[in-house]
Structure formats: C-alpha cells, structure tokens
Design a protein. Structure first.
Lengths: 160, 258
C-alpha cells in the first residue's frame, strides 16, 4: 500500500488530468468525484512500483478511462454532450474556449479520448495505442476522422 | 487549433472540494483496506496451514484407525460362556462381545479393551464369573480367525490357556468368521455346528448357540462313533442344560488343532 505522502502528491499532480478525462465521458461533478475516488483508491492499493513518472501517468489515464466506462455502464448514462458539467465550468472558462470544449465533447466517444490524449497530453499515436489497447493504425484513423469532424464543426478554414 | 484545444482543456481543473473529498474518502477506505489486507494475508497465510492441518488430521485419523481400530483378527473363547474378541494389528482388543447371556455376565466382570490378547484371555479365565465353568470336562476352546493365526495360536499354546486351563486352541478362516457373525455365533461354536451338520444332527445354529462346548463335544463324539439319529426336542433341552459344574478342577485335554 502506498504512503499517504505519495498519494497526496499524486492527487496534487494528477487530479486535473483525471478531471479532464472525466469531462470527456461523464455528465456531472458527482460522477467525477466518484471516479476520482475510485482511481486514487486503486492507486493506493496498487502496490507495483512504476518504472517512471510517465509510466505512472499512463497507468492513471488507463484506469480513469476504464473507471468512466464502468460507471457509465453501471448508471446507464448516455454519452451525449455533457452540457450539465460544462455549465458548471462556465464561470471559470473563457467563452471562446468553452466553445472549443463543447465541440470536442460533442464528438463521438471513440474520438474524444484520442483527440484529448494527442492534442492536450501530447501522446503519439503509438503511445495512445499502447495505453488504450488499440492498434497504432486504428489510432491514426481515429485521429484523422476526429480531426475532420473538428474541422467541420469549427469551420473549414481552420488548420487542425 | 492545436493550441486552442490545449488552452481550452487547460481551463479545466479539479476543484479543491474534489481533492478534499478524495483525500477524506481515501482516509476512510485506507483503514478498511489495511484491515482487509491484513485479513487477506491472514487468510492467505492460514489457508494452506489449515489444509495441511486437515490433511495431517486425516492421515492421523486413518493411521490411528489403521493401527488401533481396524479389525485384523477375531478370537473366540467358548466354554459355555461364549465371548468374541476383535483384535487390531497389534493384537490388542478393540472390541469384546458376548454371544450368550453367560458370556455377557463374564464380560461385565472384566475390563479387557485395549489389552494384549493373551492378557485379555487370561483375565477372562480368571474372572469370578468364568471360573465356575472351567471344570475338568469344560472343553475350553479358543478359536482364532486371522491372517496371522499361527502367531496368535503360538502365543496361546504357551499361555495359561493351554498350560493351566488345558484349553483347546483352533484356527478358522475369515470366511468362517464372517458366517459365524452372520448367525450371531462365536467362532468356536460355529465350527462345532459345522462339524455336527456334516452328520445331519438336525441342529440349527441358534440351537448350538445355547449348548455348552462340553455337550457339543459329547454329541460330536457320538456322531463320530456311529450315531445316526438326529437330536430330538427332548434331547435338545437336555443338551442345553449344560455340563455339571460340581466336578471342579481342570480337565486335561490340552491339545491343539490348527
């Protein structure tokens, strides 16, 4: 079992990332809190040492995505646009960026993870494939199709 | 666009309330998890131990039964009291059963379970309830059914059964023992019944059960001497009356038949 200090450090380092992944999948703050708790409890109980910080981060991403999917299955939640959760962010997010977020979150669920992981976290298609247990070519296809959808929604003139 | 997506997501943070709730949740569940882990490791550690203990107990139980309880030999003592002893692998008495009411009286007078077969037989002989039957013509018969009958008979032949009481020591096979048990008879009397039935004595096993050994030997001697008629009801009652005990002293038969 991990020490309290180690866990507090992880909460500080990774809560934002987990919150963002939750935003891609979940509709409410309560669900996000549930996932945060579940992910960090797994982290506490995960006794295997991580080879590096990158390894630790990738593990948390994978666990978070799985936790979100599990929660959705349990609650029979729909993966439609999470307007409710974004409305709670409205006060702290600038309007233009809110628009971008809404467009990303309106993408079909299969594109959202790869778009987020590639554009925000900066992972390559190969790294995303390893993390999500998908073939590299599949990730390329998802990225390509997701990029097309983003272009259409944002307006053809923008270079994605 | 790349930067726009980055900047948009950059605006999203976990709230302090979320972090706080996670910390509180982990404090509560860490205790549970620690207890669970402790219990888990206790269980994990204990489970093989319990299995090994159970196996050892089973082996000990089987071993105990094999060495101490498993019937290996049967030994009957017949005068008129009829008693049958069950012996274990170490020739110790694991069970003692009377085959008639006289035998029950003798068994009530002695404690022979767990004793070596020679000591048990000697205790039976010395019993106050047995002594009146050990007359000169009593025809004390000790019969053994065992895969190691020779060893048991050898011990009996050099014991007071033969040297002092001049008893007759015989052996029987295990099939005879099983047949005797089916009839509820002692080995010695069942063997006598088998011998008499060769001469068409008309006696049933249960009738032989109530006839003393000396009377059975007398009857057998008659048939061996040429008697042909079967035993009638009047004679049967006379046979079941037993031999007289007044003569006292010990007879001098003292031979062995294997």
């Amino acid at each position: 079992m991990r020490s309290e200090q180690e866990v507090e450090q992880a909460i500080e380092s990774y809560s934002d990332m987990i919150r963002r992944i939750c935003l891609l999948h979940l509709n409410s703050h309560e669900d996000t809190e549930d996932v945060l708790q579940e992910v960090f409890l797994k982290y506490v109980l995960h006794s295997v040492e991580f080879a590096s910080k990158e390894h630790e981060k990738a593990w948390l991403i994978r666990v978070t995505i799985n936790a979100c999917k599990d929660l959705k299955r349990k609650l029979f939640r729909h993966s439609t646009v999470p307007l409710e959760v974004l409305s709670e962010e409205a006060a702290s997010v600038m309007p233009e960026q809110m628009g971008i977020l809404e467009i990303v979150l309106s993408l079909p669920v299969k594109y959202k993870d790869v778009i987020y992981l590639h554009y925000y976290e900066g992972y390559t298609a190969r790294e995303i494939g390893t993390m999500l247990h998908k073939k590299e070519n599949t990730v390329y296809s998802l990225l390509s199709r997701g990029r097309e959808l983003l272009k259409q929604k944002l307006g053809g003139g923008r270079n994605v | 666009m790349y930067d726009e997506i980055r900047e948009a997501f950059e605006q999203i943070h976990a709230t302090e309330q979320m972090k706080q709730s996670v910390s509180e949740y982990l404090v509560q569940n860490r205790r549970k998890a620690e207890r669970g882990t402790a219990r888990g490791s206790f269980r994990l550690g204990l489970r093989p131990l319990v299995s090994i203990c159970a196996l050892l107990l089973l082996c000990a139980g089987i071993g105990n039964w094999y060495f101490w309880e498993m019937p290996v030999s049967y030994l009957s003592v017949d005068v008129n009291p009829s008693i049958e002893l069950t012996l274990n692998r170490r020739n110790r008495v694991t069970d003692a059963e009377s085959r008639n009411k006289e035998g029950a009286q003798v068994l009530a007078d002695v404690q022979i379970k767990g004793k070596d077969y020679l000591e048990a037989v000697e205790l039976l002989m010395k019993s106050k309830k047995m002594q009146p039957y050990l007359t000169r013509n009593a025809e004390l018969t000790v019969t053994v059914a065992s895969s190691k009958a020779e060893e048991l008979l050898s011990g009996l032949e050099s014991s007071p059964v033969t040297t002092h009481y001049h008893g007759l020591c015989r052996s029987a096979d295990m099939e005879t023992a099983a047949s005797a048990h089916d009839c509820g008879m002692s080995l010695g009397k069942y063997q006598m019944y088998q011998l008499l039935s060769q001469y068409n004595s008309g006696l049933a096993p249960e009738e032989c059960q109530n006839i003393s050994m000396c009377r059975l030997y007398q009857l057998l001697a008659q048939y061996e001497g040429g008697r042909e008629e079967t035993v009638n009801q009047e004679e049967l009652q006379d046979l079941q009356g037993g031999c007289s005990h007044e003569e006292g002293g010990h007879h001098h038969h003292g031979s062995s038949h294997h």
